[in-house]
Design a binder for this molecule. Structure first.
Ligand code: 5AD
Ligand code: SF4
Length: 481
């Protein structure tokens, strides 16, 4: 069979990593990546179920392939990831020309399944046990992770890589489908995480982002010994050549003091903390089953401020959750104003069949109200971000240069010309500046001369005295602000 593969990924970083692993396993079997489904023999969608909108996008993309499949029946169409696990057979019913449905815990089977289908087996489906279909152990075992296989071309950039340290989630927030589709929380063995990270650094990664649904609840017990997340950070910090360690997503309940001290004391660990609050109302937080109160969240923010005063904290919010009153929404606005997050991701509540929220609560906030609350909260957050970014004016920051900026890419900038580049500070702030291709992948001092809510604009600080004329160490403290 011809082995031209097209893969489209939606959703979180976990999905980006899963797609990297699927591509790596298919390359081993001789597949090559192509840029469009039209030229592909196998078309895969790695899907997300967190909101209805993400699913609708995939069903429309599948709809667009109906015609192609009629004309090229040998084209293999596969749906992978969270929506595959959630909808299972329903996908074949809604799009009968789909050949393959594989949940996130079964992705290691993709190469064999594609070959089986090519040989005429007919449609195949492999999903993990659902959360009610067995003991915790059985369900855990049915969600497998096959992380060691990697593919450098599928990374965000050649110098940035994701490393999964945990799969699944046990928090069961009432709105969230993740515990159902990604299974029980399981930490990976620390030695495996460290050795995988070493390989990634040897392949050129300077920055590693550790992934877990509740990454800071990571724990690994073996032979009576427990490795905490802070211990894992210390182990990774010792890897030569690794320059930055980031991690997402944190749960407020697991933001322990030992972790905050690790962030403070380990220079490679970015003082960037994504800790979704979701709501500023205690009644809504209880309905969401988040497990903390607004007061406890604020107490956590105080501890962060006391221990890592330069930390950049970001959050997620859901507006229009079941029963959310105007007053409760205003409490969320107040929380954003009090915490002054670096930025917030704001979502309109989307009912997820299979969750407690869908079964037990009524989605009673009208869409127009959700939309208005979303815009209002976003405006408050954007004003805060714009105000806070002003303090970077005139300061020199340490920037890992990721590549040409979006504008430069759009303009098809030639490799040798002066390019508009983009990179990030240790606190995950985006910096845009002019430079050249050689600077991509380097960590450079950049002085900020203009700012918006989302972007800092800067100039590279150069010296003609010699290659080591500037010392980045003193910059670290200011870059973290
Ligand atoms: N509706 C809207 N937003 C959701 N999120 C998770 N589930 C839902 C849902 N059903 C948001 C939360 C989470 C982020 C990744 O997505 O804010 O932190
Ligand atoms: Fe979903 Fe809550 Fe788990 Fe996050 S902590 S993945 S929001 S259930």
């Amino acid at each position: 069979m011809n082995k031209r593969l097209y893969i489209e990924t939606v959703g979180c970083q976990m999905n980006v990593l899963d797609s990297e692993l699927v591509v790596a396993s298919l390359r081993q079997r001789g597949y090559e990546l192509v840029e469009s489904p039209k030229h592909a023999d196998t078309v895969l969608f790695n899907t997300c179920s967190v909101r209805q909108h993400a699913e609708d996008k995939i069903y429309s993309a599948l709809g667009r392939l109906k015609h192609a499949k009629q004309h090229h029946p040998q084209k293999i169409i596969g749906v992978l990831g969270c929506m595959a696990q959630k909808d299972q057979k329903l996908i074949f019913e809604r799009a009968p020309y789909v050949d393959l449905v594989v949940g996130p815990g079964q992705l290691h089977q993709v190469p064999d399944l594609i070959e089986k289908i090519a040989q005429g087996s007919g449609p195949c489906m492999e999903v993990s046990l659902s959360r009610k279909d067995g003991s915790r152990d059985q369900i855990s075992r049915s969600h497998e992770s096959f992380d060691p296989l990697r593919d450098p071309t599928m990374r965000p950039t050649p110098f940035q890589a994701y490393v999964r340290i945990q799969i699944g989630c046990d928090k069961f927030c009432t709105y969230c489908i993740v515990p159902m589709v990604r299974g029980p929380e399981q930490g990976r063995a620390p030695e495996d995480i460290v050795s995988e990270s070493r390989v990634l650094v040897d392949q050129g990664s300077k920055e590693i982002t550790l992934l877990g649904q509740t990454v800071n609840s990571y724990r690994y017990r073996h032979n009576g010994m427990t490795t905490r997340f802070s211990d894992l950070l210390s182990m990774l910090h010792d890897i030569n050549g690794l320059e930055r360690i980031k991690f997402v997503t944190n749960h407020p309940k697991d933001m322990t003091d030992d972790l905050l001290c690790a962030v403070r004391d380990l220079s490679k660990v970015s003082p960037y903390l994504h800790i979704p609050a979701q709501s500023g109302s205690n009644r809504i937080l209880t309905r969401m089953k988040r497990g903390y109160t607004v007061e406890e969240y604020l107490e956590m923010m105080q501890r962060i401020d006391d221990t890592v005063p330069d930390a950049a904290v970001t959050s997620d919010f859901i507006v229009g959750f079941c029963g959310e009153t105007e007053d409760e929404f205003q409490q969320t606005v107040n929380l954003v104003k009090t915490c002054r997050f670096k930025n917030s991701f704001i979502f309109k509540y989307s009912v997820r069949p299979g969750t407690k929220g869908a079964e037990q609560l009524t989605d009673d906030v009208p869409e127009a109200v959700k939309k208005r609350r979303n815009n209002e909260l976003l405006a408050v957050q954007n004003t805060i971000s714009a105000q806070d970014n002003l303090r970077f004016l005139g300061r020199t920051l340490e920037v890992l240069v990721e590549g040409p900026s979006k504008t430069a890419v759009k303009q098809g900038a030639s490799a040798k010309a002066i390019l508009q580049l983009t990179g990030r500070t240790p606190c995950d702030r985006i910096v845009v500046f002019e430079g050249n291709e050689r600077q991509i992948g380097q960590i450079l001092p950049v002085t900020c001369y203009d700012t918006t809510s989302f972007t800092l604009f800067g100039l590279v600080v150069t010296s003609h005295i010699g290659p080591h004329a500037y010392d980045l160490e003193p910059l670290k403290a200011s870059a973290q602000k």
